[in-house]
Design a binder for this molecule. Structure first.
Ligand SMILES: Cc1cc2nc3c(=O)[nH]c(=O)nc-3n(C[C@H](O)[C@H](O)[C@H](O)COP(=O)(O)OP(=O)(O)OC[C@H]3O[C@@H](n4cnc5c(N)ncnc54)[C@H](O)[C@@H]3O)c2cc1C
Length: 462
């Protein structure tokens, strides 16, 4: 048995969201930790800033942050979102707010990614036990010698080696640590890439720094086969993301490349956005094209020497706004596993994967399903009727019914349980609304009886 730190230094590769959070948690337990990240220190005032990119943080992320006392700090950096603002889904120019739920805490927070990472890094360093090193790209890991090799800053041919006892791989979807771990433990990784890709576009603030569109919502312009979404930033601007087929006939990124084609595309499908973004063509041309995919890994650890956490273990597509929430919840679960195994790392790491893998797979599947819901279903009458009934049932029978979306976003019910419960509830809703034109036609007596028969909702203890 080897306890945390007995073998030698604890190294976290990747000081993004999962790595910085894990460092804060381990540091607050008194563990000495070194964090290495390939990027510059996001807190450095070197004028290399950039556009805001934001993330929706939900209950699972907040629960993880409660553990390090960071919720209020993060909420102060964020804009609260009460629901979806769906824009002219039927191209009639009409928009509407669909609240996320009936409860006051059924809200999401749109937080700037850089500001959030900085807050996590500050929290980690404030423990007094965490050292951070930036512009250090991990190149390889030698488990026999217990050495990790890092390339140094801009001079990638300059490298040095750092001895370690245990390495935590928080280095994201293209993880080097994952490759090294899988090379020695016989595990596997599967990448399932979507044919859709994305670009980010800024919807600027007004000249006085206010919001051009409703501040407290997640805006969606659904167009069936593609969509645009926008999340607010505290600075009055929105970060909008266009998700679209990469290749093939228009509309696709491949087919829309000349300024006239771009202009015609936005004028046809997103005329209200063109009014908000005068330089939309230039932004489209400048934006890097991002990839979208799911990473499913088996074999998250190697003995007591290494374990993967965050996107390196389980990358998911962004349509449920859960990748970071999953990463934070997993990092928290990893420390729980270490604690419940009295710091005996090898069994703790195995238990961690056994506890989390089904959940990671479940949210990966739900995230893909949510893409279809967001771009295609939010204006469908059957979908809207089922949603109205779902909200009414969750209001009237809160112990027995909550929409799956709300179980994922606003509870800590294990993802796999939320997935299964959601399927059962959805089948029931479909039966209850069959042949009904409106909620008035639904037999609520039968609905209550059938919902109760599903049994009470069970959330994670504690
Ligand atoms: C368009 C988009 C929108 C998203 N929106 C949301 C959202 O609204 N809500 C949500 O919950 N999730 C969202 N996500 C998912 C979220 O961004 C990720 O799940 C989250 O960032 C994972 O955190 P991580 O720390 O595991 O990985 P990352 O955030 O990718 O951090 C990895 C870190 O490792 C460093 N690194 C990489 N390689 C090396 C190396 N070789 N050596 C040293 N350091 C290295 C990187 O510099 C980085 O700092 C979104 C993702 C995308 C693509």
């Amino acid at each position: 048995m080897s306890a945390l730190g007995d073998r030698g230094p604890l190294l976290i590769v990747g000081g993004g969201i999962a790595g910085a959070y894990l460092a804060a948690l381990l540091g607050s337990r008194g563990q000495q930790v070194m964090v290495f990240d390939s990027r510059r220190d996001p807190r450095a005032d070197d004028g290399v800033g950039g556009r805001s990119i934001n993330l929706a943080i939900a209950e699972r992320g907040l629960a993880a942050l409660r553990r390090i006392g960071l919720v209020e700090t993060v909420e102060s950096l964020a804009v609260v979102m009460h629901g979806r603002v769906v824009h002219d889904a039927d191209r009639s120019g009409v928009s509407g707010m669909q609240p996320y739920g009936n409860l006051p805490d059924e809200v999401l927070w749109s937080v700037d990614r850089t500001a959030f990472t900085c807050a996590l890094l500050d929290a980690a360093e404030a423990t007094g036990n965490v050292q951070t090193y930036f512009r250090q790209r991990c190149r390889d890991i030698d488990f026999d010698l217990g050495l990790a090799t890092f390339a140094d800053g801009a001079q990638q041919d300059l490298w040095h080696q750092v001895p370690f006892g245990t390495v935590f791989g928080a280095d994201g979807v293209a993880s080097i640590v994952r490759a090294e771990v899988l090379a020695v433990n016989g595990g596997s990784v599967r990448r399932e890439m979507l044919s859709h890709r994305y670009i980010e576009i800024e919807i600027p603030a007004t000249t006085s720094g206010g919001f051009q569109i409703a501040a407290n919502g997640l805006h969606i312009w659904p167009r069936n086969e593609f969509m645009l979404i926008g999340l607010p930033n505290p600075t009055g601007d929105f970060t909008a993301t266009l998700f679209l087929e990469a290749k093939g006939p228009a509309p696709s990124f491949e087919a829309i490349s000349a300024p006239a084609e771009i202009s015609a595309f936005f004028e046809e499908y997103f005329p209200s956005v063109v009014e908000l973004v005068p330089d939309i063509v230039e932004q489209y041309l400048d934006a890097p094209l991002g990839r979208l995919g799911t990473i499913r890994t088996t074999g998250w650890s190697y003995e007591d020497r290494a374990v993967l956490v965050g996107d390196s273990a389980h990358g998911i597509v962004p349509f449920h706004g859960q990748g970071m929430n999953l990463a934070l919840e997993s990092a928290s679960a990893l420390v729980d596993a270490i604690e419940s195994h009295d710091d005996d790392l090898a069994p703790a790491f195995c238990a961690f994967e056994a506890d989390r893998r089904d959940d990671a797979d479940a949210i990966a599947d739900m995230a893909i399903q949510n893409y279809v819901e967001m771009r295609d279903k939010v204006n469908d009458p059957d979908y809207l009727l089922k949603r109205q009934l779902a909200l009414r049932l969750s209001d009237e029978l809160p112990a027995f019914f909550r929409p799956r979306y709300n179980l994922v976003m606003f509870s800590s019910m294990p993802y796999a349980d939320a997935f299964a419960r959601g399927d059962a509830q959805d089948a029931l809703l479909a039966e209850l609304v069959a042949g009904c034109a409106s909620l008035d036609n639904v037999d609520m007596g039968t609905a209550h009886e059938r919902v109760r028969a599903l049994g009470p909702l069970v959330t994670r203890p504690g």
